[in-house]
Design a protein around this ligand. Structure first.
Ligand code: ZN
Length: 82
């Protein structure tokens, strides 16, 4: 039978818990890296406050992170063309 003192048991519990959290973080970061780089290809500028931001949002209507104005994606595309 293995004898464990209370302090060693607490130490093992904290080590194993921290290791599991670290492994989950590595797995989450590794699996989502390709999706993040794919989604950040589009750089947008708000036509109202001229704030430039990476556009992570999908859909026709975008939200400016600074002034929280709703921006139609067609307006963003027209300003990029001109
Ligand atoms: Zn804005």
């Amino acid at each position: 039978m293995i004898h464990l003192s209370f302090s060693i048991a607490i130490c093992l519990f904290i080590t194993i818990t921290t290791g599991l959290i670290f492994l989950i973080w590595i797995f989450y970061t590794h699996t989502n890296y390709d999706n993040i780089t794919y989604q950040t290809n589009e750089l947008s500028q708000c036509p109202y406050c001229t704030y430039t931001f990476l556009n992570y949002q999908k859909g026709q209507i975008q939200l400016c992170p600074r002034c929280h104005c709703l921006i139609d994606k067609n307006i963003l595309n027209k300003e990029k063309d001109t």
